[in-house]
Every structure is written in C-alpha cells, then in structure tokens.
Design a protein around this ligand. Sequence first.
Ligand code: HEM
Length: 513
Amino acid sequence: MNAAHYGIAIFGLISLLVVYRGLRRNNAIRELNGPPSPSWLFGNMAQLMLPPYGRYEFDWQKIYGPVYRFKGCFGQDRLMISDPVALHYILNSPQFKLGPVPENLVHLLYPKGSIMSVDSEEDHKRIRAVLGVGFTAAAIRNYIPIFERAAQMISEQLEDSSVVPTNIAPILNHATLGTTSEATLGYSVDDLGEEFVSNNIEILTLASTQSAAHILGEAIGSQLPTFLWRAAEYLPTATCKVIRRAKYLADELGIRVVQGKRSGARQGLEIDTDLFGKLLQQHDSTSAKHSMTEKEIVAQTGMMILAGQETTSTTLSFALIELAKAPELQEKLRAEIHATMGSARASSGAYNNMPLLNAFIKEVLRMYPAEAIGERLAVEDAVIPLGDGSISHLPVRKGQIVNLGFACYQRLESRWGKDADKFRPSRWLDGGVFKGEAIGPYANLLSFLGGPRTCLGWRFAILEMQVILCELVGKFSFGLPVEGAPRTRFAGTLQPIMPNGQKGAPILIRRLM
Ligand code: HEM
C-alpha cells in the first residue's frame, strides 16, 4: 500500500466518523431530555405501565415538557409526545402507523376486512365511509330507546344495592354490550347466546391484564416478524384458544345476523333499524365503490361490539367514581336532570341542553381517556412540527417508536388551565379551556383520537352516556366505600382497579326516594 492508499483510507475513516457523528447529532431524540432509566431490562416501561397509571408520567411531563425521550425495554430509545401540534401531525400523517404490538394484536383479534385490521388506506376509507351510515347524528338519535332500556335495566339491578359496595363495572359492561349489539346487529344480549357472552368476558379479562411479564412479552413481541404473530393464533395455549374462539363466534354471529336480515327482507320486514340492516341495504342498492361485500359486513361483527363496549363502560365507571367523591356535584347535577327531564321521556335535544351534565361528561373524558397512551411507528424518516417548547421541529428516523401521551395532552396547563390536574367540570362552563383549532372530534379532546382513524362511535358514546347518567343520577346517590376510590391501571384501556388488582369499581349506591 502506498502513501495515496493510506491517504484514501484515512480520508474514508474520517468521512465515516463525520457521518457517524452527524447521524448521532441528527438523531435528535438522543439530544432530548428525559427521565433517568432505572434498568436496562425494563427501561422506564414498568414506571409507565404498572399501576397506578400516571404516577410517573404526569410528573415527567411537568419536568421535561410535552416532548421527551424515555427508555423502552432493552435500552430502546422512545419518544413521548403530548404536544398538540405534534399529536395532530402524527395522527394525520401517513408517515406514521400503529406500533408493532397494537397492530399485531388488532390482526390477531379481528378478521381481515374489519375496519381496524384492513391494511390499505383506500379500503379503510371506503369501509369507514360506508359504516358512517349508522353513526350520523340522525342515526344516533334513533338509538335513544335502546339506551333508555339499558339505563332502566341498570337501575333495576341497582335497586337492592344499598348495603355493601356494588362493583358497578361488570353491570355497566353488560349494559354497553347490549346497546352496541342492539344498535349494530339488532340483537339483545340474550340473542348473542351464553357462549358468546362468556367468551366476551374472557376476552375483556385477557385484555385488561398488565404485569412486568406482559411488558417484557410486548417488548419481545414488538421485534417478532409478522408471520410469527399470525402463527401465534394457532398456538395451543389457553389465551390463543380464547382468541380463536372469539374470532369464530363473532364470524358465526355475523353470518347468522346477515342471514336473518336477508330472510326478514324477503318477508317484507323493515331491516334498516340497525347498522347491519343499513349496510345490507346499501350493499344491494349501491355500487361496490360505496358499499361493503357481505363478507366485509360480517368481518365488522366482533370489532364493533368490543370497540363500543369496554370504552363506554369504563368511562361511565369513572364518571360514577367521580360523583361518589363529590356529593355536592351530585346534588347540582341531579337538580339539573330533574328540572330538564321532568317526568317525560327526553329527546337528544334535551340531553344536549344540560350544561352541567355535558361539562361533567367532557371532564370525565378529559381525565380518563380510554386510550391514555397510543403507540405509533415511523414508517419513513419524518420531521414532526412542535407547538409548545423551545424547538420547532423534531426529526425522527424510520422505525422510531413514538408514544402519544393523550392523557398527558389532556392535562396540559396551556390548554386546560392552571389546575389541569384537578377534576373540575366547571372549567367547561367558566371559559377556562383553550378554544383554538380543534384536534379531536369532541371538545378538543383526543379521547376519541383524531385524524382518519377517529372513533366512529363518538356521538353514539356521548348520547349513551348522557342517557345512562340521567337515569342513574336522577334515581340514586353514590358514595365511596371505606377503601376509597379505586386506583387506575392502563392495560390497553384505562380502567379502575380494586384493591385485589382486578378490574372493578366498587361504590356505595343508595336509591333516592
Ligand atoms: C367513551 C367511549 C369511547 C371511546 C373513549 C372510544 C375511543 C376510541 C379510540 C381512541 C379509537 C381509536 C383506536 C386506535 O386506532 O388507536 C376508537 C376507534 C373506533 N371506535 Fe371508539 N370509543 C368509544 C366508543 C365507541 C362506540 C360506542 C363505538 C361503536 C358503537 C365505537 C367504534 C369505534 C370504531 C369502529 C373505531 C375504529 C375507527 C377506525 O379505525 O377508523 N367506539 N375509539
């Protein structure tokens, strides 16, 4: 090797070093502040995910701001974002998709063709537009009798519960199973069948567990190739059996519903009183571009039921827990409900004309968003714009995992006032909340997400909660048991947990005369 070769080699080496240093410098995430990591194995994940939810996360936001770096398992660098401009960008940009674990779980649980597991953006858009027929403001109003029956049924179950604390969570869960099933399929809980209902409980129990082992399992799972996740469905474990059964039962139910409606239509019966009936009519009368195939309609069955059931029932559980903590608020709300409803049945207009009730629902959604933390994966290099703080843009590399701190966004003082950490419904009435450009479909909240994957059922959920709360607050008073309010846990959804670690919301309930 002569001097020229040495020169080229040294130049190459220096270039590599410059590029490497440049890459490291460009990797803006490493430059960000963030909490110290207590272990290489878990990083900050155990602090973030183990109950009570928010113990560390809410403080981290105060210390490091709405964009910070933290450690995932095995030394992984992760980003946490609660900055509204950045969240809006990520939720609307094709540069980001669901993170590897949630994406694979969705595929494990729901068949191909369901709105949540459909791969192409174009199909998602079409299916979403078609499903929209059951979720317009007008369509939702027609579900009021379904919500009233469910509210009545909960009331009847609570009549005898004045002595011991009643775990309200399973009662609400059963009720929201019924409302979603009736509004989407035209089936009552009894029509779903015992096996479907017991499998539904098993699936929700599985989905609501969280432990150190789960955290590690998910970290390993996030590195597995997709074909291994798909193969996992066939493993002979108890968990996989429950998932296989859920998929099978939902498919069987969907086929049964579609066949029943077809035969009803042949007999001249009205079938467009629920979502599936409307979808079948669209299938028969509209072009393929604006409808779904029968197979696609069937594929929505399990997802529709689960998406509307657990989210709404846990939000209602948190609402009753907050009321149990605040007797004065209960009194005021009850007075508003009695004054508005009188003895007559209400229209959706009446529900919307109760300022305190609606402020209360907004505050519950703000403080207890079902999807407290989201996870996205950058599918290409991207530059995320930032609104709050000292930097205006944050470059991220393809493959970067980004956590979306929805619960933290909903506690930003810049948006919700100095006491953003407090549960205070009156902030919605005294003008204390930010009124700029909305980034979610309802009250500037991200509880229903935002962007092309915004919750399709948000109007459904609001009206259902209005009806159920009017019935329950009008007839019952609520108090906390001696153990106090349940703690919270984030396991797929945010949920109340009992002292034994099981999901549940025990509260004292007394029938008013
Ligand atoms: C308080 C109640 C509810 C909350 C907080 C809620 C929240 C959410 C969130 C956060 C998502 C986005 C999930 C993701 O992609 O990461 C979502 C999606 C969805 N929700 Fe809801 N939801 C509620 C009630 C309902 C109800 C009652 C229904 C239907 C009856 C429903 C149907 C859906 C559907 C179909 C999607 C998928 C939308 C898509 O991928 O385009 N949700 N919901």
